[in-house]
Write a protein that binds this ligand. Sequence first.
Ligand code: ADP
Ligand code: MG
Length: 312
Amino acid sequence: PFFRAIVRELDEKDLHLTESIPPQETDPTDFKSRFLKKIRKLGEGNFGMVELCLYDPKGDQTGELVAVKSLKTENESSNLRREISTIRNLYHENIVKYKGICNDEGGANIKLIMEYLPAGSLKEYLPRNKSNIDQKRLLLYALQICQGMEYLGSQNYIHRDLAARNILVENESLVKIGDFGLTKSIKDDKEYYKVTEEQDSPVYWYAPECLINRKFYKASDVWSFGVTLYEIMSYCDRENSPPQVFLKSIGRSHGQMTMARLVDALEKGWRMPRPDSCPEMVYTQIRRCWSHAPENRVDFNSLIQEFEFFLT
Ligand code: ADP
Ligand code: MG
């Protein structure tokens, strides 16, 4: 308001001066709910939902398309707030871009405004475009995910929900990491984040130390990346999704015991087998992500070098 008052005063005194003042006198990250027009639902998870909207302040359909994440129930707003405070600090070409928030309907109703990636997540994109995507393309996606993850780790964040459903597709040669809903920041003096609250976890993407001790290291994201790469190399085939593969292997009827079975199998060294469409050399990398002990796993930096080598 202070700045604007000065602008107005100058405006009246000298018309030329207004031209040299930046035209944006309002905060570009502050989106008004009255200008957000829902077009369609893009996706929905346990707590949140993401919608495609047109942000059209001029009201003449010239606005921009944005993806808007909100909560299904209004009270659980703290997770989304944490997600917003994470994503707004991240600047990398393989991480979905934060645009702003919409919070003018009162506290609990906060919304996250992101750039819209027209091709959706790899989980929708890969099965649909299978015939046009060769293995080299898949490895390019793997490389880009590793580059985004290397950056995320350099900022001391652990993603905790790396999976094909959370990798968004900008176009056929660019993917970005999305969904920072479970992301945690680790303190400089700590190597891991310990989860305290009980919540729905993507258990088939989780490393043993996450399932057993609730400890999340950067190397736990590497394990999840291995599962994500497994999904990518099988073109996100529903019949061979990680939960399907595991349940086929141990049997479906264990109810409450399923988690214990999963942990037991992993501790005994069971791993998802190589998908038919996955070359041995790529499966070798996947297996390096699935070493039992976090300290024995490959890191994102070495994976980047491997994929760069494959791609040259
Ligand atoms: P949740 O925390 O509910 O899993 P996500 O952030 O993963 O929410 O979004 C859910 C789904 O919405 C994604 O799997 C994807 O299909 C779609 N989606 C999310 N963000 C975008 C975006 N920026 N552009 C296009 N689609 C998106
Ligand atoms: Mg998600």
